[in-house]
Design a protein around this ligand. Structure first.
Ligand code: ATP
Length: 256
């Protein structure tokens, strides 16, 4: 079964000057073990798409089908199989990293022993072991981001949805995050991530969807897109794809 099928997905938010078309008819699918990147400028619709896929927002039209479940109809089936990394970490400030991971492991049905093993392995891997008994409220932004990463992996879900997975991380931790994502995919997990970092997308993603103003301008492997559109790197490919589709580049200048 294809783990992810997104079909003509759309989300309009009410706005003062008419509806904001955050997502406007996206379709794509992602295979098992694949790392798929949604690439786009600020405000392109990436987070909205990922939040719909994670069952946190209902679409205005179309649907996201994950492991055969329509997310809007069966969000609990999807959440059980999903690790979701949001840009705002939403951690409980009064818990410690150790308590955070143990708590989420229990929520997802791991035994105390399994939860402890996974928590320790992840905390060590991400350099958080010495901080395991500090309150989350006292951690730095990057340390919280690392803990969020650990939280989304703690129950060993088959699907990872990662919104800007390396944002706010220093180069060392970003490298660990990249390794964890690659390992997850090698182990058969399916990964969907968003980024406006072209280099990250090139390093990690088997296929990318270039999203602009809620529409997909192109979906393919980075190599294929480069061959087809003729850019030197994904940044150039991004601009060419948007131009090819006749979409305005006015607010696409925040792509690195
Ligand atoms: P970024 O890279 O800046 O995080 P993004 O690609 O993730 O951007 P989204 O957060 O999905 O973009 O936003 C897409 C569009 O929808 C933007 O124009 C945004 O202002 C708008 N939007 C998002 N959420 C809401 C909301 N709750 N109400 C109104 N407009 C919204």
């Amino acid at each position: 079964m294809t783990p992810i099928e997104v079909e003509e997905l759309g989300k309009y938010f009410p706005g003062k000057e008419g509806p904001v078309r955050a997502v406007d008819g996206l379709s794509f699918s992602v295979d098992s073990g694949e790392i798929f990147g949604l690439l786009g400028a600020n405000g392109a619709g990436k987070t909205t798409t990922l939040r719909i896929m994670a069952g946190l927002l209902t679409p205005s039209f179309g649907r996201a089908v994950i492991y055969g479940y329509d997310v809007a109809a069966r969000p609990e089936e999807v959440r059980a199989r999903l690790g979701f990394l949001a840009t705002e970490t939403g951690l409980y400030e009064r818990l410690t990293p150790w308590e955070t991971l143990s708590f989420f492991a229990r929520i997802f049905g791991l035994s105390v022993q399994e939860g402890a093993q996974r928590a320790e392995a992840l905390l060590r891997r991400l350099g958080l072991w010495p901080l395991r008994n500090r309150r989350v409220g006292t951690l730095s932004v990057g340390e919280r981001q690392k803990l969020s990463f650990a939280r989304c992996l703690v129950h060993d879900p088959p699907l990872l949805i990662l919104d800007e997975p390396t944002a706010g991380l220093d180069v060392f931790v970003a490298r660990t995050a990249v390794e964890l994502i690659l390992e997850a995919a090698r182990g058969g997990k399916t990964v969907v991530l968003s980024t406006h970092d072209m280099h990250l997308a090139e390093r990690l993603c088997e296929r990318v969807g270039i999203i602009h103003r809620g529409k997909l301008a192109a979906v393919d492997t980075p190599e294929q897109l480069r061959d087809e559109l003729g850019g030197e790197d994904l940044g150039e490919v991004f601009f060419r794809a948007v131009e090819r589709e006749g979409l305005s580049l006015d607010d696409a200048n925040s792509v690195r």
